[in-house]
Design a protein around this ligand. Structure first.
Ligand code: ASP
Length: 369
């Protein structure tokens, strides 16, 4: 359910998993490294370019995630993100700047394509860390941003299909718990959908139906380290599709969606925010690394804490989607998800100076089949 993040299947998986996080640098030398969620190939490349040009680590990751925020085809971040219950796109973003130890955040902001930039303005120009809702929009407007319609034709169609889906048994229902929602997969009523949306092709209708009954999560988290050992991180999202207006996920919560202490490292998360908030995942990972855990083990420790929220009940956990990302100050990195197998696992993005590439996520539980 609730999952549009990239998985990979292939026989090279085992070897790849074994090499995960192998970017540890000898002798403490600082080679710039950028990592992100799987949707950040272009973002990591851009961030690395900014680092190579001598740019600040936070400016680098913001420039990177701006690409995804502005991409109308990414329906989980920024412009084109899937809207809330009222058909309005509401965005969350947060960031931390390692050198200055400052942070900024906006939540449930409407009408602004690049919430990460507004979070940076909060950090740079106010005495606050977090501004939400109408206040966040007014704050952005004060800095010259214009409120825009963030719906695209694709996301508007998905919203209307979601409305249609509410007639189906087992339709996703915000007024039930996440666990109660994790049942059933009503098949798309293609005939009805075709007559209702005659100008929309079948593939788009099938995708929109999948989004309707299993609302998508999707976010980008991006962490950077430069040659001087400076680090920053950012997380930005449109959050859970069809959410109750005002719902805030983990992404804008400092310590959950992102956390950076450049004396140790940085961490971030994507996936079901309601799980991460309860374990304050990014901060938990950084603290684990502070106490000597390798990034991979720190990520697995956070996943174990998520598992404990459900008393390790694999029947429930099987349906939940969460990923953690960790970058240590020496350049070693890792990412992990709850589930995977040697043939099928999630990925994250790494750029350590060349092309961006995907590396496999470690996983807590092995999926059969
Ligand atoms: N964590 C985000 C949220 O809960 C969504 C995601 O990462 O996909 O809003």
């Amino acid at each position: 359910m609730i999952n549009r993040r990239q998985w990979i299947a292939g026989s090279a998986a085992l070897a790849a998993v074994a090499s995960s996080g192998s970017a540890m640098q000898a002798g403490g030398a600082k080679k710039p490294v950028v990592i992100s969620s799987a949707n950040g190939m272009a973002a990591c490349a851009k961030a690395m370019q900014v680092l190579k040009e001598g740019g600040d680590t936070l400016d680098a990751v913001i420039a990177g995630v701006n690409i995804v925020e502005l991409d109308p085809n990414d329906t989980s971040v920024g412009y084109g993100g899937l809207p809330n219950e009222d058909g309005v796109v509401e965005l969350d973003a947060s960031l931390m700047h390692g050198p200055s130890k400052r942070a900024g955040s906006v939540a449930a902001i409407q009408g602004i394509k690049t919430p990460s930039k507004i979070a940076k303005l909060v950090m740079d120009h106010t005495s606050h860390v977090m501004i939400v809702g109408e206040g966040a929009l007014r704050f952005a407007e004060a800095y010259g941003y214009k409120k825009e319609d963030l719906l695209t034709e694709k996301s508007r169609t998905a919203y209307l299909v979601w409305k249609e889906s509410l007639r189906a048994p087992n339709a996703f229902n915000n007024w039930l718990s996440m666990e109660e929602n994790l049942t059933g997969r009503p098949a798309p009523p293609m005939k009805r959908l075709r007559s209702r949306f005659p100008s929309v092709d079948d593939d788009t209708l099938a995708w929109a139906w999948e989004m309707a009954i299993h609302p998508t999560y999707g976010t980008i988290n991006c962490l950077s380290l430069n040659e001087k050992g400076e680090m920053s991180g950012v997380t930005t999202t449109s959050g859970l599709a069809w959410k109750i207006p005002g719902r805030v996920g983990d992404s804008p919560i400092i310590g959950a969606g992102v956390y950076v202490d450049q004396e140790v490292g940085g961490a971030g998360s994507t996936g079901v925010g309601e799980l991460n908030i309860r374990i304050v995942g990014a901060h938990t990972i950084v603290e684990s690394m502070r106490h000597g855990m390798a990034p991979k083990d720190a990520v697995l420790e956070a996943l174990k804490r998520v598992s404990k929220l459900y008393n390790d009940d694999k029947a429930i956990l099987d349906k939940l989607d969460i990923e953690f990302y960790a970058l240590r100050k020496d350049g070693e990195h890792a990412a992990g998800s709850l589930w995977g197998s040697h043939r099928s696992y999630k990925q994250y993005t790494v750029n350590d100076g060349g092309e961006s590439r995907h590396e496999p996520c470690v996983f807590l539980y092995t999926k059969q089949g």
